[in-house]
Design a protein around this ligand. Structure first.
Ligand SMILES: [Zn+2]
Length: 433
């Protein structure tokens, strides 16, 4: 977005310039989009309405029946609303949402002008890209706290027994560092949510965070009702283990921090990097045979997923903006590149239970899934899940090298992300999203 000059224009809007045909086709388009990408649980349609009057969001299904919307935007204001959503900060957006309508904001619309400067040689010049290396662990102690590590013995094709010692956070950070270098070579500006081994999105390790921020976080989570008073008492005492503190207090606030710093950076696109495992190989104490690639984008809201104003606002944002469509295009390009570069198949919906139970299929290997990060990160995103780390061949490849940036398989994964991103950016044109 840095290549765009943003200016505030106070617009005098001609109302009712919307023809009946346009409104009908827009109502149909939005209704179909919600059904196709956003609603895993179809009963959630009781929380919103799309009609000639516009889009309304309701706090409860009862409020829909009595026509008391929590938020309303008229159909003829949708283009301005979309522009406002794409150019405003998360905090400002939530404040606007809580006013109940877009009426008072319509005169202050940010208009983005295309870059009229010279065309640059480098293909990603002027692009801002955020990378989120999943998890934290740079060693097995932290990997065990996160329960995102593998330790088992595996016999390789040469008959040699390998001791597998992998924490997912080591692989994601190395992949992110390699990808960052490649993107910067093409002129992109790159932001990473965490930058060092065991480092979190708070810029410190879990141990340091526990010393400085833990107590006040427990207090504020209790104040906003996210933990109960008895939980507050338990977590303020000496009984909880480091794993308890990580799981109940740290994990969600750290994920929220990742989304917050990404949204503040206002990237043109975001890459969330994860490595997968076979979910049926529980405990991950032995190798398994499955190996797939897949990607996630926002959508597929399920029961209780519209329970707070924040969640309902993100639903509305996904409905009105092109974030979901752009994320599907980006993720499609990346997952194709995974299959080509890594020689591992793209997962179909029957290859994992969570794909059929918790997702909607958007394109081959691209699944709408309402994860904390796919929900709260604004703009186009790809949430990549490459390679099953517990696969009998993959674990031996990923186990090589202590410095994972030197691991050939990790280098292939970074190259696969890079090629996928390049093909998406080139397909969306010089000033495309
Ligand atoms: Zn992961």
């Amino acid at each position: 977005m840095s290549y765009l000059k943003t200016t505030f224009l106070f617009l005098l809007l001609a109302t009712n310039c919307f023809s009946q045909d346009t409104s009908l086709s827009e109502i149909n388009r939005l209704t179909q989009k919600a059904a196709k990408y956003l609603l895993k649980d179809k009963s959630l349609s009781t929380y919103y309405s799309i009609s000639a009057n516009g889009i309304s969001i309701y706090e409860t299904p009862e409020n829909k029946i009595s026509n008391k919307p929590e938020f309303h935007v008229a159909l003829h204001q949708l283009d301005d609303f979309k522009m406002y959503l794409e150019n405003s900060g998360s905090k400002e957006l939530m404040e606007m949402y809580k006013t109940g309508n877009f009426q008072n904001h319509i005169q202050k619309v940010i208009v983005a002008e295309g870059n009229s400067g010279p065309i640059n040689e480098k293909k990603l010049q002027g692009k801002k890209i955020a990378i989120d290396p999943g998890h934290i662990a740079g060693n097995m102690e932290m990997g065990d706290i996160e329960k995102k590590c593998l330790t088992f013995k595996c016999t390789g094709p040469d008959g040699v027994v390998d001791s597998i010692v992998i924490a997912e956070g080591m692989l994601t950070l190395a992949t992110a560092q390699l990808l960052k270098e490649k993107l910067e070579k093409e002129g992109a500006e790159v932001f990473m949510t965490r930058t060092f081994s065991n480092g979190s999105a708070f810029g410190v390790t879990l141990d340091d965070w526990l010393k400085t921020d833990y107590t006040k976080t427990v207090d504020s989570l209790c104040k906003v009702g996210k933990i109960s008073l008895s939980q507050k008492q338990f977590f303020s005492g000496t009984k909880p283990t480091k794993r308890d503190k990580f799981r109940v207090i740290f994990k969600d606030v750290e994920l929220a921090k990742r989304a917050e710093i990404i949204n503040n950076y206002k990237p043109d696109l975001t890459v969330v990097i994860h490595y997968n495992v076979d979910e049926t190989n529980t405990g991950w104490v032995k190798p398994a045979n499955k190996n797939f690639n897949m990607t996630f984008v926002g959508g597929a809201f399920m029961k209780n997923d519209l329970s707070t104003p924040e969640k309902r606002f993100e639903f509305l944002r996904m409905l009105v903006t092109d974030d979901v469509e752009n994320s599907i295009a980006l993720s499609s390009a990346v997952v194709k590149s995974f299959e080509k570069n890594l020689n591992v198949k793209t997962a179909t919906v029957k290859d994992a239970e969570y794909l059929s139970e918790g997702c909607l299929t958007a394109a081959p290997g691209v699944y709408c899934r309402n994860l904390q990060l796919t929900r709260y990160i604004h703009g186009p995103l790809v949430y990549g899940e490459t390679l099953y780390q517990d696969n009998v061949n993959e674990c031996i490849l990923l186990n090589k090298e202590t410095d994972k940036t030197k691991n050939p398989r990790v280098q292939q994964v970074a190259e696969a992300y890079f090629q996928g991103i390049m093909s998406y950016v080139l397909a969306s044109g010089p000033n495309g999203n």
